[in-house]
Design a protein around this ligand. Structure first.
Ligand code: GAL
Length: 692
């Protein structure tokens, strides 16, 4: 009889990793790639670098179960023993993201199939079809074996289930998916009539009379039904989550240690992380800089803020980032001296209580041999190793930050269902990228020094001074009512174009475009007026016209691209109008008092500079004070018991000043400040201010 699981499920979990009493520090450890003599050296060097936590065995299935049902745990016993002796704690992986060749050979039908019908694997990595019974039972067997054997091992302080669900493939079109999709639809819709209505199958004669006739939306001669595709995205996410839940529950039968899985917040839109966040005990993330973007640290901040938001504000683990270059981008730029530390402290400032890397020791062979590591090919004489050991020392001084929380005044809407719907074919303009709008508005908020939570449109928003909706194409009537109530109660809402257009079935809301937000914004859209590629228009904006303490009432001209609307005002005041473009003289930017709050609407694509003018007024109407620091000095605060920790990261080439309201001490250097703290070019400070 299995023991009754004693573990309290995810969202209620309030603990951390037993025995990791400092900020977690380490990385993925893949000892099976090295001869056994290297392992002792690994542990010695981990100690030298201050490593206290590793993720172990992520891709070890083929070695742990070399033949179906035959297990070899001897080598893993020895590695775990060495790490335990060395005081290094372990997140033990379930290795189900890399099924062994024998599983592919025995069950070729269980392979993931792409939209064109091509089955994938073996030879790379990535799970088999998440709904294939053979994969599911084999994954549960190896998970159970591991949990039984190591579930109570004192060094195993947590579980790293699978690896990056949704990568490399999130959508499976196999015969198993076909069957499971129909089952999922039968549960979602009580009858074929409701499915036909939800999918709008009267269009193009797609009406169904038999559940068995419904297919996964594989490649078709035209575009597949959008509501069907949207449901398939929901189903595919749920199928992956079911794999996680099954493994998690198998682990819990034998272990009290918390279970996590590494998300790819902000870079994998296929998994609805808000739903996943409810299933894990601890939230974890992987993040890699986009080397092509010299300001990739802004994307990093967004990913970290999203991870913290998914964790409901609780501390989270950064399970992977890189010490220097990755190997899978077109041009893999090495990190500059100090950059790895800045990246690490940026995650920490935004709520991470563990800073880890892919991977501990650089691989000699295989696809990732040019990927940087904590211990690079160049060895312990290298710059990277020096920076790794220095980071270990720095993090070792920050133990008191553990468990402290980040407070955000601004919320930015992030809704997977809306992304899935907007990414389908046949939209009014291929220039309308929800991600581009989110990134631009986030960048503006980052430059202006505002800390942001990423939130679903249906959640409680009352704690935020400002809610920004850069792209909310799919907005349910309930979510729109929530946003409206937020404004009514005194909130400031800013909505960007192509929002509030369709419901949960990708059907246009009745009453004109954006009708569900009409009360909050005092405006609706009669017709979309997208621009040709490369065209621009001019908006005459009366800066400060919005009042609410704005500094000037000058008239400014702003350039818009991509989009314009033919707006119908219903109470809103136009604070910007089109000087040219498809509707000269028409309202372009509006502001509306609704209840005790304000709803802003921006109907064109303003770049991050043009947004500065508008956002200054929006901040004023939301009562948000300017940050008072130079752009490029990233400042985030964590609040703990009796102290506030200000993490200040200078991304610029010049020294910067951070105004302080109370005396503070830099925990990294011991420097004490009152008045201003200087933050040298490229440097990081973690400033402790006592609050009682
Ligand atoms: C991650 C993955 C790691 C490694 C890394 C390389 O997405 O989880 O196993 O492949 O990328 O950057």
């Amino acid at each position: 009889m299995p023991e009754t699981p004693r573990f309290v499920p995810g969202p209620h979990y309030d603990g951390w990793l037993t025995g990791v009493e400092q900020i977690g520090y380490g990385g993925d450890y893949n000892p099976e790639q090295w001869p056994e003599e290297v392992w002792a050296e690994d542990v010695r060097l981990m100690n030298e670098a201050g490593v206290n936590l590793v993720s172990l065995g992520i891709f070890s299935w083929a070695l742990l179960e070399p033949r179906e049902g035959e297990f070899d745990f001897g080598w893993l016993d020895r590695v775990i023993g060495l790490l335990h002796e060395g005081g290094v704690r372990i997140l033990l992986a379930t290795p189900t993201a890399a099924p062994p060749a024998w599983l592919y050979a025995a069950h070729p039908d269980a392979r993931v199939v792409d939209r064109n019908g091509t089955p994938m694997g073996p030879g790379g990595r990535g799970l088999m079809a998440p709904t294939a019974p053979a994969y599911r039972s084999a994954a549960l067997r190896i998970t159970t074996e591991l949990a039984q054997r190591y579930g109570r091992h004192p060094a195993v302080v947590g579980w790293h289930v699978h690896n990056e669900y949704g990568a490399p493939v999130a959508l499976d079109y196999s015969m198993h998916a076909q069957r499971a999709f129909r089952e999922w639809l039968r549960e979602r819709y009580d009858s074929l009539d409701s499915l036909n209505a939800a999918w709008g199958t009267a269009f193009w004669g797609q009406h169904y009379e038999d559940w068995e006739h419904i297919q996964v939306p594989a490649a078709t001669a035209t575009s597949a039904n959008p509501a069907q595709q949207l449901d398939f995205a929901r189903f595919s996410d749920a199928a992956l989550r079911a794999c996680f839940i099954a493994e998690r529950d198998a682990v819990r039968e034998h272990s009290d240690a918390p279970v996590t899985t590494n998300f790819m917040a902000a870079s994998c839109p296929a998994t609805d992380l808000f739903a996943w966040g409810k299933e894990v005990d601890l939230v974890s993330n992987d993040h890699y800089l986009q080397a092509a973007d010299p300001r990739g640290y802004v994307g990093l901040a967004l990913a970290a803020d999203l991870t913290r938001s998914v964790a409901g504000g609780k501390p989270w683990l950064l399970l992977e980032h890189s010490t220097s270059a990755v190997n899978w981008q077109p041009r893999n730029v090495a990190k500059r001296p100090g950059e790895m530390a800045r990246n690490s402290f940026a995650h920490l400032g935004r709520g991470a209580d563990a800073i880890m890397f892919f991977q501990w020791r650089a691989s000699r062979s295989g696809a990732e041999k040019f990927h940087s590591a904590m211990l690079p090919h160049a060895g312990t004489g290298s710059r990277v190793w020096q920076e790794v050991t220095a980071l270990g020392v720095g993090l070792g001084r920050l133990t008191e930050l553990q468990g402290s929380r980040v407070q955000a005044d601004v919320a930015l809407l992030w809704d997977y269902e809306s992304f899935w719907a907007q990414d389908l074919e046949h939209r009014p303009s291929e220039g309308t990228s929800h991600r581009e709008r989110i990134d631009t508005y986030y960048d503006r908020l980052w430059r202006d020094g505002h800390t942001v939570d990423l939130v679903r449109p249906s959640q409680d928003l009352s704690g935020y001074k400002l809610v920004v909706a850069p792209a909310s194409y799919l907005l349910t009537a309930e979510a729109a009512a929530n946003l409206t109530a937020y404004v009514e109660a005194g909130g400031t809402l800013l909505v960007s174009y192509f929002s509030g257009i369709v419901d949960e079935h990708d059907a246009v809301h009745p009453g004109g475009f954006m009708a569900p937000l009409r009360a909050a914004l005092g405006v609706w859209v009669e017709e979309f007026l997208p621009l040709r590629d490369g065209d621009a228009l001019t908006v005459t904006y009366r800066a400060g016209a919005a009042g609410a303490g704005a500094a000037s009432t000058d008239v400014t001209t702003l350039t818009g691209t991509v989009w314009a609307d033919d707006l119908v005002l219903d109470g809103a005041e136009p604070v910007g109008s089109y000087a040219d473009g498809p509707k000269p003289g028409g309202a372009a930017i509006t502001r509306h008092r609704h209840g005790a709050g304000t709803g802003w609407y921006v109907s064109t694509n303003l770049d991050v500079e043009a947004l500065a003018t508008v956002m200054a007024d929006v901040y004023a109407s939301a009562g948000l004070a300017p940050s008072g620091t130079v752009e490029g000095l990233e400042v985030v605060r964590r609040t703990g018991e009796g102290a506030t920790y200000t993490v200040a990261i200078n991304h610029t080439d010049g020294d910067a000043k951070l105004p302080l309201s109370s005396p503070a001490t830099d925990l990294l250097t011991g420097d004490a400040f009152s008045g201003d703290a200087d933050v040298p070019a490229g440097a990081v400070r973690v400033l402790r201010t006592t609050t009682r």
